[in-house]
Design a protein around this ligand. Structure first.
Ligand code: HEM
Ligand code: HEM
Length: 189
């Protein structure tokens, strides 16, 4: 129990720290940079659609993590909550989770592709002076790259281990969520 409280505490401390640093930078950027003028072109409308789809796909991907925690399955659940009894026993949810496990790579590739499409249609060069956006681009490419190393069967064991640490945790996902949130309220007039 001690260990699981420590793990959850670490995740909360990480989330609070990233949020706080982002908030400080948000206030700085808000007072220093003018809001870029909104473009209402056909491409930017399509781009917004991809942004929403990307967000939806991210939500769907992390739903698998939530399901794993609810059903007490997987390393993450055992590490976070080693001595807890899963609150739910449902074969339908278990089947859903098995399907999500099988299809994660495809949804992952789709999420990365859709977010990169969103970014290129919104023309990142107009926003690259706001640090949240270049950081988002790096994080998305990073998540995709290490996902590929994890999925690729010829990856050396050491690389797989490292990829698991940096890909299959909350670290990148939490940062993507927080940076996208603050970045978008900065440019939304
Ligand atoms: C380098 C990264 C990014 C850039 C430059 C960017 C840029 C933009 C711009 C210019 C808009 C239109 C804003 C407006 O008109 O108010 C937008 C909308 C949107 N973006 Fe991004 N974006 C980036 C990354 C992301 C990511 C990673 C996500 C998803 C997790 C995302 C989700 C969305 C959503 C959902 C909208 C629609 C918001 C609305 O309709 O009010 N964006 N983005
Ligand atoms: C934005 C995109 C992605 C996100 C947010 C994401 C997130 C995650 C998370 C949270 C896990 C751990 C699952 C858990 O234990 O609950 C995971 C595992 C994994 N991911 Fe991704 N992923 C993405 C893209 C990809 C891509 C593009 C690939 C491969 C090309 C990939 C391959 C894998 C593999 C092989 C695992 C380990 C096995 C498994 O848990 O299924 N992921 N990913």
């Amino acid at each position: 129990m001690q260990q699981s409280i420590k793990n959850i505490r670490n995740i909360l401390i990480y989330t609070a720290s990233v949020s706080l640093i982002s908030l400080v930078y948000f206030i700085y950027a808000y007072s220093s940079y003018p809001v870029p003028e909104e473009r209402e072109t056909f491409l930017s409308e399509v781009g917004e659609f991809f942004g929403k789809t990307g967000l939806g796909l991210l939500g769907f991907i992390y739903l698998r993590t939530v399901l794993k925690l609810m059903l007490g399955q997987g390393k993450l659940a055992q590490r976070l909550l080693p001595d807890y009894q899963p609150p739910v026993h449902s074969s339908a949810l278990e089947q859903l989770l098995a399907w999500m496990n099988r299809t994660h790579v495809y949804f992952g590739i789709a999420a990365i592709a859709v977010m990169l499409l969103h970014i290129s249609l919104m023309d990142i060069s107009r926003y690259s002076h706001i640090l949240f956006f270049p950081a988002l681009l790096v994080l998305i490419v990073w998540q995709g790259l290490f996902g590929m190393f994890l999925a690729w069967r010829y990856s050396p064991a050491e690389l797989k281990k490292f990829s698991h640490v940096v890909h299959a945790q909350f670290i990148t996902g939490i940062a993507i969520g927080i940076f996208a949130f603050f970045g978008h309220i900065l440019i939304d007039d």
